[in-house]
Unconditional design. Structure first.
Length: 617
């Protein structure tokens, strides 16, 4: 480690030395208590806003409520709610009670909920309403440690002693806090920077989710680096729409908002409400995974194509050419001429900013992308609109971004440079390694997996292949590990999908694909021994696997096999389209190793046209 890195690290750590997230909320409530903190609404109704002082008061009341329910320091609370005020307040309350909040993805299947709840030994659950209850109820009998269940929607709360409505729980907490105001204070005073501030589950190549421990110290270090870089601004206006089980959304909505006294507006349904909410809120900063940026791009392009006035279309095209040239000239090591700056200022005022304003991004000072590399053509499209989309790179295990582009120092097509005080190097096999205060202490209940993740010298192995240029900008070149990250930013284990597919006797091999794509597809082969016998028993005449692969009865069975697998998977894991190949995969054909393991890259290359066709269907 260089002396410069050490000095940077010391500077970052001094800002929050010895403090926890609870201290950060207390400071913000004291300094900016009257400022708006969170705004929420239901069904298009009026916004209801609470201040930072109210936020902390409610957090303390809910903390007292969790203590009243018997939550002990270090115990976990499971949460399954959309992005809304109650979700954040519950999270803050759990932390102030000394507990560990665990947000579950709302798309998890019941068996997956059971696995995660058992692994983290959840003692209390906070659920939104009937939809979430329906996912949990099939496995509640297998969770004896789960003592109480809080349901936000009172109309969906069962009349059972195990359940509490949100209002009942809030009243319980208010009474306990009034009766015993010191209980919460003693819990927060006992917290240390090394304690977990949350536990986030991420998919693994084994198919089982892994619980990533995130500490108060690593969260506050990430806050310090994001603030120093200029990517996190004081009093930001923010739209929260990605799941709070996602490390990036959690950083922006919870931790950065608290530490920088931002104002967060909740969007409950991103699919139908995001653009309208952005137009209303006019956020001053915005984060989107690549798939979100792609959807926005497609919408703009559709509007452009629908424009009948050729002169207007030509003016937009000319302005976007100027915008792209300008943003390219702003890159690290480049220079913007006075002439280009003047051309851009005119194009921006007359054409580009009005387009951005239509999207609600007219006042956005910072636009960030992460979770998967932003496709170069998407970055250049928005550069044409005068936007510098800052691609950053990180993972749950690194508390979010450990490399970042900034407004002052960025390079298109890269994920930026290491944040202050963090080391990044490229291993001999090309893998990106990182070391520093952002790294997780490890996976819950998985010491062997932790040892694979972080070596004896403290280097975290990302599983990505990358490169670093002469100016220190990092590029993600390829994926070393098999984990799929969709263009929407979801982490998906292909093995979890494939294992369910090949459980059907007719399926010999299966490959799930979806890396940097909007959804998962599958390529299937028949079992060379089972399929002919299956066909013969049903009076199906076929002379080869190729003929069987085209038979309607076989295709119907394949469709049912995929449907059965999808029923056991979270929505983001489910196979949308599939293709049954007329061949088997073999070691001789190089699709399998000598020990019959799938060679993914060979299959990806060999059947690239099939995969592309599945996305074109």
């Amino acid at each position: 480690m260089t002396s410069e890195t050490l000095d940077q690290r010391a500077e970052m750590e001094r800002e929050w030395a010895g403090l926890t997230f609870c201290d950060a909320l207390a400071t913000t409530a004291e300094r900016f208590g009257g400022m708006p903190a969170f705004s929420d609404r239901d069904d298009g109704g009026p916004w209801r806003t609470i201040s930072w002082l109210e936020t902390r008061e409610k957090a303390l009341q809910l903390a007292a409520g969790f203590i009243e329910l018997g939550l002990q320091p270090g115990e976990t609370v499971a949460m399954m709610l959309p992005n809304r005020l109650e979700h954040v307040l519950a999270d803050f309350g759990i932390v102030h009670a000394g507990g560990v909040p665990v947000t579950f993805y709302a798309t998890l299947a019941p068996d997956q909920i059971g696995y995660v709840a058992t692994d983290c030994d959840a003692r209390v659950a906070v659920l939104d309403g009937a939809g979430e209850l329906a996912r949990w109820q099939p496995v509640l009998g297998k969770l004896p440690g789960l003592r109480r269940i809080i349901v936000r929607d009172a109309s969906a709360c069962p009349a059972d002693d195990r359940y509490l409505s949100w209002d009942q729980f809030a009243e319980l907490g208010a009474r306990r806090l009034a009766r015993d105001p010191g209980a919460v204070g003693s819990r927060t005073a006992a917290l240390t920077p090394a304690d977990p501030v949350t536990l986030l589950y991420t998919s693994g190549t084994t198919g089982h989710p892994k619980g990533v421990i995130i500490t108060h110290a690593s969260v506050l270090y990430e806050v310090a680096t994001a603030t120093k870089s200029g990517n996190a601004r004081p009093h930001v206006r923010w739209v929260s729409y990605l799941p709070l089980a996602h490390i990036a959304e959690r950083m922006f909505t919870l931790y950065l908002a608290v530490c920088n006294a931002g104002h967060v507006y909740f969007c409950h349904d991103a699919a139908s409400q995001l653009i309208a909410t952005m137009g209303e809120v006019k956020p001053t900063a915005f984060f989107g995974v690549p798939r979100v940026w792609e959807k926005i791009q497609a919408g703009i392009q559709a509007l452009m194509a629908a424009e009948q006035d050729q002169a207007k279309r030509a003016a937009v095209a000319e302005a976007m050419t100027t915008g792209l040239q300008y943003v390219r000239s702003c890159q690290y090591g480049e220079r913007t001429s006075a002439e280009l700056a003047a051309e851009f200022a005119a194009a921006d005022e007359q054409v580009l900013n009005p387009i951005r304003s239509l999207l609600g991004l007219g006042e956005a000072e910072v636009a960030v992308s992460a979770a998967a590399p932003l496709p170069p053509d998407v970055g250049e499209f928005f550069a044409g609109l005068g936007m510098k989309i800052l691609d950053v790179y990180g993972m749950t295990e690194t508390t979010g971004a450990f490399t970042t582009n900034t407004l002052e120092e960025f390079r298109l097509g890269t994920v930026g440079r290491p944040v202050p005080g963090v080391e990044v190097r490229i291993a001999e096999d090309g893998e990106i390694l990182t070391r520093g205060p952002l790294n997780t202490p490890g996976y819950l209940n998985m010491p062997e997996r932790t040892a694979e993740l972080i070596d004896a010298d403290g280097w975290l192995h990302t599983g990505d292949i990358g490169a670093v240029d002469a100016d220190g900008f990092v590029s993600v070149v390829d994926r070393k590990k098999e984990l799929i990250i969709t263009s929407g930013g979801e982490n998906i284990s292909p093995a979890a999908i494939e294992n369910l597919l090949v459980a059907h006797p007719l399926i010999g091999q299966a490959l799930a694909y979806g890396d940097r794509r909007p959804y998962v597809v599958a390529v299937l082969t028949l079992d060379g021994e089972v399929a002919p016998a299956w066909a013969k028993a049903r009076g199906i005449g076929a002379n080869s696997l190729a003929e069987l692969a085209e038979h309607p009865a076989v295709l119907e069975a394949m469709g049912q096999a995929v449907a059965d697998a999808n029923a056991k998977l979270a929505r983001v894991q489910q196979v949308k389209t599939w293709r049954l190949l007329p061949v088997e995969w073999t070691a001789e054909g190089e699709e399998l190793t000598p020990t019959l393991k799938l060679r993914r890259r060979v299959v990806h290359s060999k059947y690239a046209d099939v995969i592309d066709a599945l996305y074109a269907a």
